[in-house]
Design a protein around this ligand. Structure first.
Ligand code: GTP
Ligand code: MG
Length: 375
C-alpha cells in the first residue's frame, strides 16, 4: 500500500438548500487549509434545490469532498453528529455553509487543538474582537436570551453557546456523542452539556458575516427545538420533552375551551350542554392540528393520514376524558381531596392520551411513509 500522510482535519458542513454557497465555501477553505491534510463532509437533508447533486459533481474531481445525503430526515444537530461520526480525522470542525462563519480562524483553532491542552475551540462572537456583525437588534437580543437560558444546562462558561462554529478532538466527541440529544440547532451546547467531564475549552473571536446566498432556516420551530433541548437535558431522564410539549398544548387547549364556553353561553346564549359539545369539539380539533405541527412535527401527518389521525384523536381523547372522570371519582371515594382527585384524574387522562397518540396516531412509520418534506 502506498504511504499517504494521515488525515488531520475534517470540516463538517450541515447543509439545507445551500446549492449556490458550495463553490464559494470550498474556494475559501482551499485557501485557508492549504498545507493541512483535510476533508470536507457536507451533510445534506435531501435539499430540493439539488445541493447534494452539486456537491457530488465537485467530489468527482475533488477527493477532499464528500456528501452524506439523509432521506426523510431534518435537523441541524443530528446532521452534524452524523457528519462528525463519518470521519476518521482526529480533529473535527463544524461550520455553516452560508459563509457567515469566518473560515480564516480555522488554522488558529487547529493550532490550539494540536497543543493538546484543550478538547474544544469555539468561534465566539461575544468575546474579544468578536461581534454579531450587522445583525438586527432583535436577533442579537434573541441570541442573548438563548445564551442566558443555556446556563441552565451548560457545564462550562461559554461566551457564545449559540455558536455553530467550533472544532473538537475525536476523544472529546467519542465520550459525549452517545448521550447527546441531537435535537434542534444547537449542537455545541448539546455536546458541552453532555460531556461527562469538565470541558477544556478555548475561544477564538470572529465577526459573524452576512449570509452569501439562500435563505436562513431560523424560524419559530428553531426556538421550540431549543426549548426541547433544554428540557431533554434538564428532565429528559425522567420525563420525555415531547410529553411536556404535549401537556403545554393540552393546557392551552383547556384555556381556549373555557373562553369558548364563556362566549357561547354568555354572548351567544347557547344551552350549556350544546356549548360544551361545541367548545370541546373545536378545542380537540385545534389541539390535534397544533400537536401535528409542534409536538409531532418530525412525524407530521399529511393527506389521508391526517384525517384518519384526526378521527382517531377524537376517539382517544374521548376515552381519555372518560378515564379522567372515572379515576377522579374513584380517588374521591377513597378519601382524596377534590383537587387531589382532579389532578390524579387529569394526570391519568394526559398520560393515556399521550401514549395513544404517540404509539397509534403519530407513530414512526407514518413519518417514514410521509412524502419528503421541504420548506
Ligand atoms: N442538514 C441540515 N442542515 C441544516 C438544517 N437546517 C439548517 N441547516 C444548515 O445549517 C447551517 C445554519 O443554518 P442557517 O439557516 O444559516 O442558521 P443561522 O446561521 O443560525 O441563521 P442565519 O443567521 O439567519 O443564517 C446552514 O449551513 C444550513 O444550510 C437541517 O435541517 N439539516
Ligand atoms: Mg446562517
Amino acid at each position: 500500500m502506498t504511504e499517504v500522510s494521515p488525515l488531520e482535519l475534517a470540516v463538517v458542513v450541515p447543509v439545507f438548500k445551500e446549492r449556490d454557497n458550495i463553490v464559494p465555501l470550498l474556494e475559501r477553505l482551499d485557501v485557508v487549509l492549504a498545507g493541512v491534510n483535510h476533508e470536507i463532509i457536507f451533510v445534506d437533508d435531501d435539499s430540493p434545490d439539488s445541493t447534494s447533486q452539486k456537491i457530488r459533481e465537485i467530489a468527482l474531481t475533488n477527493p477532499r469532498v464528500r456528501v452524506l445525503t439523509r432521506i426523510h430526515r431534518r435537523g441541524l444537530s443530528s446532521a452534524c453528529l452524523e457528519g462528525m461520526m463519518a470521519t476518521a480525522a482526529p480533529c473535527i470542525a463544524v461550520m455553516d455553509a452560508d459563509l457567515q462563519h469566518d473560515e480564516r480562524i480555522l488554522p488558529a483553532m487547529l493550532a490550539q487543538l494540536r497543543q493538546g491542552d484543550v478538547d474544544l475551540v469555539v468561534g465566539t462572537r461575544n468575546a474579544g474582537d468578536g461581534s454579531m456583525g450587522e445583525f438586527s437588534a432583535a436577533r442579537v437580543q434573541l441570541s442573548h436570551l438563548g445564551r442566558r437560558l443555556s446556563r441552565l444546562i451548560s457545564r462550562c462558561e461559554l461566551s457564545d453557546p449559540m455558536s455553530g462554529f467550533f472544532m473538537l478532538t475525536r476523544p472529546f466527541l467519542e465520550q459525549a456523542v452517545r448521550q447527546t440529544s441531537g435535537i434542534g440547532f444547537k449542537i455545541l451546547l448539546d455536546l458541552v452539556a453532555t460531556s461527562p467531564r469538565p470541558v477544556r475549552l478555548a475561544e477564538i473571536p470572529y465577526t459573524f458575516g452576512a449570509r452569501l446566498h439562500g435563505e436562513s432556516k431560523l424560524d419559530i420551530m428553531v426556538g421550540l427545538e431549543y426549548l426541547q433541548l433544554l428540557l431533554d437535558k434538564l428532565i429528559g431522564e425522567w420525563i420525555p420533552p415531547r410529553f411536556v410539549i404535549y401537556v403545554l398544548v393540552g393546557s392551552l387547549g383547556a384555556v381556549v375551551c373555557l373562553v369558548l364556553l364563556l362566549l357561547l353561553v354568555r354572548v351567544m346564549h347557547l344551552d350549556l350542554f350544546v356549548a360544551q359539545v361545541v367548545a370541546t369539539w373545536i378545542t380537540m380539533t385545534a389541539n390535534f392540528f397544533l400537536n401535528n405541527v409542534l409536538t409531532y412535527r418530525d412525524r407530521k401527518l399529511r393527506g389521508r393520514a391526517l384525517w384518519m389521525g384526526l378521527f382517531t384523536f377524537y376517539l382517544a381523547c374521548s376515552v381519555g376524558a372518560f378515564s379522567n372522570l372515572r379515576v377522579a371519582a374513584a380517588a374521591r371515594q377513597v378519601g382524596f381531596s377534590w383537587y387531589g382527585a382532579g389532578v390524579l384524574g387529569l394526570t391519568v387522562g394526559a398520560i393515556w392520551n399521550y401514549l395513544v397518540t404517540s404509539i397509534w396516531i403519530w407513530r414512526r412509520s407514518h413519518a417514514a411513509a410521509a412524502e419528503r418534506y421541504s420548506q
